[in-house]
Design a protein around this ligand. Sequence first.
Ligand SMILES: [Zn+2]
Length: 79
Amino acid sequence: MRFIPAPPPEALKTCQRCNLQSPEKTSECTHCAGLSDAELKDYLKRHQGQAEASSKLGQYFALAAALIFTLLVLSILGN
Ligand SMILES: [Zn+2]
C-alpha cells in the first residue's frame, strides 16, 4: 500500500548561492539561475513558506495514516 510514489533516484548538488538542491546534470542551478539578488531573496522566502506548508501537510498525512491503522487494528480485533 503506497500512496506517494517514490521519486526516481537522481544525483543532486547543492547550489552555493541559494543552498537549494538541483540536478547534478544541469550546469546552472534550477532555482536561482537568472535571478537577481533581490529576486533570489524573494524566491527563497516563498520557497521557505512552501517547505513549511508541505511539512505540515506531511504531518497531517502521517496522522491520518496512524488513525486509519488504529481503526484497522481495532476492526480486526473486534472480529
Ligand atoms: Zn541556486
